[in-house]
Design a binder for this molecule. Structure first.
Ligand code: ATP
Ligand code: MG
Length: 140
């Protein structure tokens, strides 16, 4: 077990339905600590930059439109094996395939409007955290 930080986004479908608290309760119940958090409206350029890895995918334009359709909550989570742990807590990308009790199974509307993002590797976690947070905003 190693202490890690991962990056999370509570997506616009979830903020719209007032689910920030319920999602945070699920995160905390899993043993992850929210050590930085802010609610922001992403610009198109920020959303395109964040999802640049997907820019050749058919769903890219829709994904960017969705991510700027309302406020998001960006977060840094800390815990033992936080990167893999949070992926487990989120559940599969498509909520139809997500396990019971996961955030996406409980709350997601569709494969696109799937309520949360979580980093997929420790390396990407560091990049994504730095994309949104200054070191002084992260209080472990
Ligand atoms: P995230 O990166 O948001 O944590 P993920 O790693 O489970 O999710 P990715 O493959 O990285 O999934 O896709 C990024 C996001 O793009 C997904 O969370 C979802 O919102 C959207 N997405 C992925 N596949 C599709 C698809 N086939 N149709 C529409 N949107 C999709
Ligand atoms: Mg991903």
């Amino acid at each position: 077990m190693t202490m890690q930080k991962t990056f999370s986004i509570i997506k616009p479908d979830a903020t719209r339905r007032n689910l920030t608290g319920k999602i945070n309760a699920t995160i905390e119940a899993a043993g992850l600590r929210i050590i930085a958090q802010k609610r922001v409206q992403l610009t198109q350029a920020q959303a395109e930059g964040f999802y640049a890895v997907h820019k050749e995918r058919a769903f890219f334009n829709d994904l960017v439109s969705f991510m700027i359709s309302g406020p998001v909550v960006v977060q840094v989570l800390e815990g033992n094996d936080a990167v893999a742990k949070y992926r487990e807590v989120m559940g599969a990308t498509n909520p139809e395939n997500a396990d019971a009790g996961t955030i996406r199974k409980e709350f997601a509307e569709s494969i696109e409007a799937n309520s949360v993002h979580g980093s997929d590797s420790l390396e990407n976690a560091a990049i994504e955290i730095a994309y949104f947070f200054a070191q002084t905003e992260i209080v472990g």
